[in-house]
Ligand binder design. Sequence first.
Ligand code: 6AU
Length: 480
Amino acid sequence: MNSIEQKINSLVVDLYKVGALKFGDFKMKVGINSPVYVDLRVLVSHPKVLENLSLLAWECAEPHVKGDHICGVPYNALSMATIISVRHNIPMLIRRKEAKKYGTKKLVEGQFKVGDTCVIIEDIVTSGSSIMETVKDLESEGLKVAGAVIIVDRGQGGMKNLAENGINAHSMLTLTKMMQILCDEGFIDKTVVSAMDKYLKESQISIPLTLDFHHCQVNRLKMSYGERANVATSPVGRSLLQLMETKKTNLCVAVDVGSAENLLSIASQIGPYICLLKTHADAVGDFCEETAKSLEKISIQENFMIMEDRKFSDIGHTVALQYNHGPLRIAKWAHFITCHAIAGPGSVSALKSAADDQPRGCFLVAEMSSEGNLITSTYTKETVSIAETHSTFVAGLVSQSDVTTTLPGLIQLTPGVRLSSGTSDGMGQQWVTPEEAVLKRGADVVVVGRGITESQNIKEAAKLYQSKLWAAYQTRVRSG
Ligand code: 6AU
């Protein structure tokens, strides 16, 4: 027996003696009852055992995983990560379970740069889901996860799940090995070891593939619009994806002009090249029922859909009135609307009811393009979650990055795109190129406004953007 094995043996005996292993019938977080429960929380009362365990786990895993930082999965592994951080002088990061509602609103505390690597420390792995949640939060802050150091693998499939999701995970102990050591040392009976083995065989856990978009096997970025139309749960979202596939365009033009005449003239010129025309009807001075009817007529002739970018943001009762009544009568003519999630899911449900069984859909604003906007990563996450829950009405998300979603039928709409990117309008708008939007930011439908409407030749500009955006989409689907 080498010295590491000896240290592990005496550590397991110590764990048994301090009551970190309990025998009985325990309900686990993942919903399966277990005859053995490992409770490493008791170690805060046994600092020497806690220190030995943390340093030994690091010693076992260190040759395989290295990173700029370490981060303990909250809360149980925080003390272990702290010990490793202090003893090995590796800067630590703390992942908050809830982003602060005041101050910096960070999900991850500590100093780091985008692209820094981080090793996750976890006490016990059953399904691997807690580690996956930590990976998601670290990645959303721009960190790269170099791997995970685990004290105890319960042997129920968590390590396999992590490996399948691309996580380089190393565990110091398995539950089976712990039982074996305790049996060899005469602390437990052989029957307990075999009961444990039988239980483990029957209780393998597989993480649903949908836990995290980046790590699931259904990758919307590699699917064609046609394939995604088949899985879209919003009927109008499905129509839009089908239209994009057959018309070969993922271009939406934001026709932000002040007169109905201008709006309709531009609609006719860009019609052949777009899948979606986006309006701000309340900015069109003379917008009336006739304008809406003419726009609808062009949309049918030229085969595109219409979005009114109203960005609803009030309580359900108010948004329903604004949508279906009021001077603009938006629900009558716009296939899609945009809505902020700020007021909670009630406003989405109210908009859905106000659509009155007409084929209508909504895009929730998960991120914004403007400099200094106040949206936080937690807000984005919650918005995505509302979109997923209401996906028969919510067709997609307005966003600036590949926002995590488990539903490949949801459409990502990305504004702030212009060929002369990097320029600014002096009012906070930030533009990126068509290629950046589709290939780097995960855009499905790309919104171009002034890049087209202010050009000398609107028709030619629309044609150019359409071909560039479609080529970028084809590259995305083909690569990898
Ligand atoms: O290309 P532009 O800057 O001329 O136009 C961009 C269009 C405008 C904005 O109201 C809208 O996109 N927009 C949105 C949307 C679509 O909701 C969100 C956002 O974050 N940024 C943004 O510009 O009509």
